[in-house]
Ligand binder design. Structure first.
Ligand code: UDP
Length: 239
């Protein structure tokens, strides 16, 4: 496999073409952004930590039967993935109220959500990722009904697997965002990444925030926290 030109640079990752038209290289950078790119900083080691964190989670999900784009780690900061046509929809499951839900509905941060909630957002920075629903997604052809159904099923399956995984390691999976795409076989695969940049994780006992809220809220020790979470899961960042 040969890495070719950069195709796209997102806020924290860059995508490179390869000599295989159906494979991309994802490169995890140290850039960290929040509030639709309003707050941006370079955090040393974050690219490496998120790349290895994501690899571990994607492999765990794959082992549980959830199709993901992840193929293999290539280096500290790079992974080989399937080329997906990404759907511009973000799928969010929440087990505990936090973030935009708390602001939108005026509920107390930390309340348990039973059953867990499921929300869709349009991936559009200029519009600040507005909340949408399946009807809008279908009417505007952002995704087909059967794709939306599959995304919902897979997003909840991810919750079953990861909620337990984090709980066993002494953490609460508060919420998370997933993005999906279509591979050349026409099937839906989990794409993008799963890392503390795109989920909320609290210590089970102290409820200390261990995720990107440390960056959003200026709590410090951002990458140290990500690494601590990873080590609790058994990830060896020096390997
Ligand atoms: N999230 C994300 N990217 C986004 C928006 C949200 O990764 O563009 C994640 C976020 O980290 C959290 C979950 O999705 O784990 C729910 O986010 P929320 O709607 O509360 O929005 P926030 O207040 O975090 O922007």
């Amino acid at each position: 496999m040969e890495k070719r030109e950069e195709l796209y640079a997102g806020k924290a990752k860059s995508v490179f073409k390869t000599d295989d038209p159906d494979r991309f290289v994802l490169s995890f950078r140290d850039d960290t952004s929040a509030f639709d790119g309003l707050k941006v900083e370079q955090l040393a080691r974050k690219g490496m930590v998120n790349n290895k964190f994501n690899a571990f989670i994607m492999q765990t999900l794959q082992a549980a039967g959830i199709p993901t784009h992840f193929e293999k780690l290539l280096s500290d900061n790079e992974a080989l993935v399937k080329r997906l046509d990404m759907l511009p929809v973000e799928c969010v499951v929440r087990n505990i109220a936090a973030g935009s839900l708390v602001k939108r509905l005026g509920v107390e941060e930390g309340s348990n959500l039973t059953p867990p909630t499921y929300e869709l957002f349009l991936k559009n920075d200029a519009l600040h990722d507005p909340m949408i629903n399946e009807s809008l997604a279908e009417s505007f052809a952002w995704a087909k009904p059967e794709q939306l159904a599959k995304m919902k099923t897979l997003t909840y399956q991810v919750n079953d697997v990861l909620k337990q995984l984090f709980l066993d390691a002494g953490m609460l999976l508060v919420d998370y965002k997933l993005e999906f795409g279509v591979f050349n076989d026409g099937e839906i695969y989990l794409g993008d990444e799963f890392s503390p940049d795109g989920c909320r994780l609290w210590d089970k006992d102290t409820r200390e925030k261990l995720d990107k809220d440390r960056f959003r809220q200026g709590l410090g020790n951002v990458v140290e926290s990500y690494e601590l979470v990873g080590r609790r899961l058994g990830i060896d960042f020096d390997a």
